[in-house]
Design a protein around this ligand. Structure first.
Ligand code: 5AD
Ligand code: SF4
Length: 477
């Protein structure tokens, strides 16, 4: 087994990029030989767990594997399978261990199969320990800071014996402009920051993704330009907390300024962003959202809890009143905006009164949708050591009440566009009805309407005939 615990790498992004292209070439040669021996094309599959950031990372991983020569397939019965993992809640980890059993079964039928694991879960020492001891059939383990090194690591798998493990604790180098295989031709995520400095007391992200780093604005705008030239109409600017973008750059830039610049890129029709932390959402940003037609009228604004007492324990640095005031200001300037949120139920010490405050905010704001989570204890975070952990039964019962209210409000809110004609970016053929296509309104609501494959990637005006809870049925206008 090769275990390395590298410190910050010294090489610059450019040198690093050249280095990775060198390894891509080396791997290409090796793979061609392997294909000759096997007498067939070798296949790969990258499975994503977790958030939009991971989904974007997976596009980069897939890009590198395809450049090396692998054919990407949907099935996990491939010659190389890579799990890009998440560890934000414990059940994400449990799922990965469960599915590894199935991969081992496939490997028994294909002993040359390469199994790799990367992403957030691998940044936890106890996970790597368990894998190296009890999952010996895994060939490659790496973390969040060195995903761009996939080709180099794969070269080691090809040329060395045993499991390759390479986890970095930190990195100040971000390497872009390596091959990317986008999931959609017409839309793409664009990373603007990496890592998080907020240390919400329940959250493991700052420990597994490291300190917040902003990419330079020129680099981001250049990437968006290339995407637009390649047919992308919609971009989503990605960061754990996009509102704090720009800190630490040689010439600090605000997120609002970056957003305006992104809208200026020719060919880009829609700009989204994710995620916003309420404590950093500026008036300047609200102004840009209100005045710039390309910014989608959708804001994902995690509440986490409606109780000021719990918010303080969560280290969120806003109160219930601050949150409600922020929503008021946003709605005043952007009346049609869709608001979505994340809420955690059962944080340590949450009483029935605290929970009632959360229900109160949901009632008052009327979110268009909300991701609701049962609090999950993450070892190493301050909340894991807090007293009065809420018992499972109480948390589950609150969760169900919250979900019922969220759904009732969301249904009402979603229906407010019935009868209107709005542009839909068509994403795919409908999975259930051949005669329909499926797309999204600028506010992110799903719409199904009659059409064929030729519409995919186009923005079509659609009359919204009927709201069915969380989606619309429509007809081309
Ligand atoms: N338990 C439950 N939910 C969590 N989240 C983050 N950490 C935890 C945890 N320990 C949720 C937050 C965050 C979303 C991405 O995941 O709501 O906004
Ligand atoms: Fe986690 Fe808070 Fe950072 Fe979001 S802002 S990633 S919840 S620490």
């Amino acid at each position: 087994m090769t275990v390395k615990n590298n410190a910050v790498p010294e090489s610059s992004s450019d040198a690093e990029r050249r280095r990775q292209y060198y390894y891509i070439d080396r791997c290409k040669g090796i793979l061609a030989e392997k294909e000759k021996d096997a007498g067939r094309k070798l296949t790969c599959h990258v499975e994503t767990f977790g958030c939009q950031m991971n989904a974007r990372d997976s596009e980069k991983l897939r890009g590198i594997l395809e450049e090396i020569g692998y054919e990407n397939i949907e099935s996990e019965e491939a010659d190389l399978v890579l799990y890009n993992t998440c560890t934000v809640r414990e059940n994400a980890n449990v799922r990965v261990y469960g599915r590894l059993g199935r991969l081992n079964h496939y490997k028994k039928g294909n002993p040359e199969m390469i199994i790799g694991l990367c992403g957030c879960m691998m940044q936890e020492a106890h996970v790597v320990e368990k894998l190296t001891q009890s999952f010996r059939f895994v060939n490659l383990i790496f973390g969040t800071h060195n995903i761009y090194r996939l080709a180099e690591l794969l070269y080691q798998v090809f040329t060395q014996k045993g499991m390759i493990v390479d986890i970095w604790q930190e990195s100040d180098v971000t390497v872009e402009e390596l091959p990317v295989d986008r999931m959609y031709a017409f839309k793409s995520g664009v990373n603007i920051t990496y890592g998080c400095d907020n240390f919400c007391s329940y959250c493991i992200v700052p420990y597994v993704r490291g300190r917040e780093r902003s990419r330079r604005p020129e680099e981001i705008i250049c990437e968006i330009g290339h995407l637009a030239e390649d047919g992308v109409k919609e971009i989503m600017l990605l960061g754990q907390n996009v509102n704090s973008y720009g800190k630490g750059l040689d010439e600090p830039v605000t997120f609002a300024e970056l957003l305006s610049k992104a809208c200026r890129v020719p060919g880009i029709e829609r700009v989204r962003f994710m995620t916003s932390h309420p404590k950093d959402l500026s008036d300047e940003l609200i102004k840009v959202m209100a005045s710039e037609p390309k910014v989608c009228p959708h804001l994902h604004l995690p509440l986490q809890s409606g109780s000021t007492r719990i918010l303080e324990k969560m280290n969120r640095r806003y109160t219930k009143e601050d949150y409600l005031e922020l929503v008021r200001k946003i709605r005043e300037k952007c009346p049609d905006i869709s608001l979505t949120t994340d809420i955690i139920v059962g944080f340590p010490g949450e009483t029935e009164e605290d929970f009632a405050e959360t229900l109160d905010v949901v009632e008052r704001v009327g979110f268009d949708s909300a991701f609701t989570f049962l609090y999950s204890k993450r070892s190493g975070t301050p909340a894991a050591k807090m007293e009065n952990q809420v018992d499972e039964k109480t948390a589950k019962e609150r969760f169900d009440r919250l979900l019922a209210l969220v759904q009732e409000k969301a249904k009402k809110s979603c229906a407010r566009f019935e009868g209107q004609t709005l542009p839909v970016l068509v994403e795919m053929k409908n999975s259930q009805d051949e005669s329909l296509v499926t797309g999204r309104l600028a506010n992110n609501i799903t719409v199904h309407f009659p059409g064929d494959e030729s519409l995919i990637g186009q923005i079509v005006n659609v009359r919204l005939l009927k709201c069915h809870g969380f989606y619309y049925l429509g007809e081309p206008a």
